[in-house]
Design a protein around this ligand. Sequence first.
Ligand code: ATP
Ligand code: MG
Length: 443
Amino acid sequence: MAKDVWVSDVHDGTFDGQEIELKGWVHRTRGSNKIWFLVLRDSTGIVQCVIKRNDVGDECFENLKSALIEASVTITGKVNVDERAPGGHEMVVTGGQIIGAVNADNPFPITESAMEGAEGGETEFLLDNRHLYLRTNRMTTMLKIRSSVFGAIHSYFRDLDFIEYHAPNFVAGAVEGGSTLFEVPYFGRKAYLTQSWQLYAEAAMPALERLYTIAPSFRAEKSRTRRHLTEFWHAEMEIAWGGNADVMEHGESLVRNIASTLLDERSDELQSLGRDLDLVARYADTPYPRIRYDEAIETLQGMGVDIEWGQDLDYSKEKILTQDFDVPHFLTHYPRIAKPFYHRPDPDDPKYVLCHDLLAPEGYGEIIGGGERTWSEKEILERIDEEGTPRDAYEFYIDVRRYGGVPHGGFGLGVDRVCSWLAGADHIREVIPFPRDSRRVTP
Ligand code: ATP
Ligand code: MG
């Protein structure tokens, strides 16, 4: 029978004084031959269950006492208010049984302190045991925050009548440069895993006008950093009849919306991770400033950083730049030479393109990349040739401009990066169940 009572209901006071049945896993145990304390965990929290030999009888007592950490159990008992118990309530047990036992020869390998969330998920051992590490308090908390972030993104776009639209994952060409393309054998030909939904979204732009997606993107990132995965979740949007400023406004509203959704839905979880809620509230309420690329380069040079005009900003530079930001900042107008062909040159000064990155504070760096697209046929052909890119793979993309091109633009937001930043995680790996990087595709 499906479960209908949760540990959180017990602590809400819903069942005070009543007899109920709980289903969950053994989190911790201690006791004697007369009285046994079994802390039961489910997806909503933990509750202490007090088992007395005199109440439940020898057979039941011995059976429940033999349940090891992470065995699954059902427990019946009466709910008591007890200020001293974790959560404020405890169960006085009347019966129960083991559903899925854990064998004493092969105990649950993750330590109690890791289960409580005292340790981060960084050691190789915990990464090797990721499938079990998911049950720890820290990981469960991260996954709940992640779920709310995804929900907030869907709500933001759907409330504005955007259409959710899907692009293929096998593609023939690059969006973000060839060096991070994953090549896949494809029936005697070569295909690649998609780096972005963008080019296919642009094709549907004249059909749907306002589109979004949340989907995985794949990039063969060789350098391992705290913010790169080889498979990450990408929230992307595209709008017809819009320019760089319109797209930035959506990016800002979306990110502020995500922050305020987390405050509504996940304050307890954020606090349990040690996150300062005032900081998250500031990210929800305070406008995000816009600065031009040139200014950022001057600032960095003024700080003694070795960077020249025309270079893209890598993580090390963004980290320095954003360390003292109080809210996310947009960086706009990158040099044309630093960006791929689809970025539209600024008609006022074609040395620059109409694009933006949104950089998160506290050293987290880029969370959004976006801008206006090169939308006329003439300009796109110029840009493709200037870059030395073969036209073949992009014929369909050029066609979109041949038949009724209009100004349009969009952005891509790294969902895992946003989760990592808002949760205050040390590493992007902490916020995704099974992280993929250049060294790891298991478990
Ligand atoms: P970076 O310079 O940090 O590698 P990028 O310029 O390659 O980022 P875009 O191509 O603009 O990134 O992609 C849009 C967004 O997708 C980024 O702002 C970022 O949030 C996210 N993103 C890009 N690459 C990764 C990755 N390897 N892992 C996680 N998120 C990523
Ligand atoms: Mg990149």
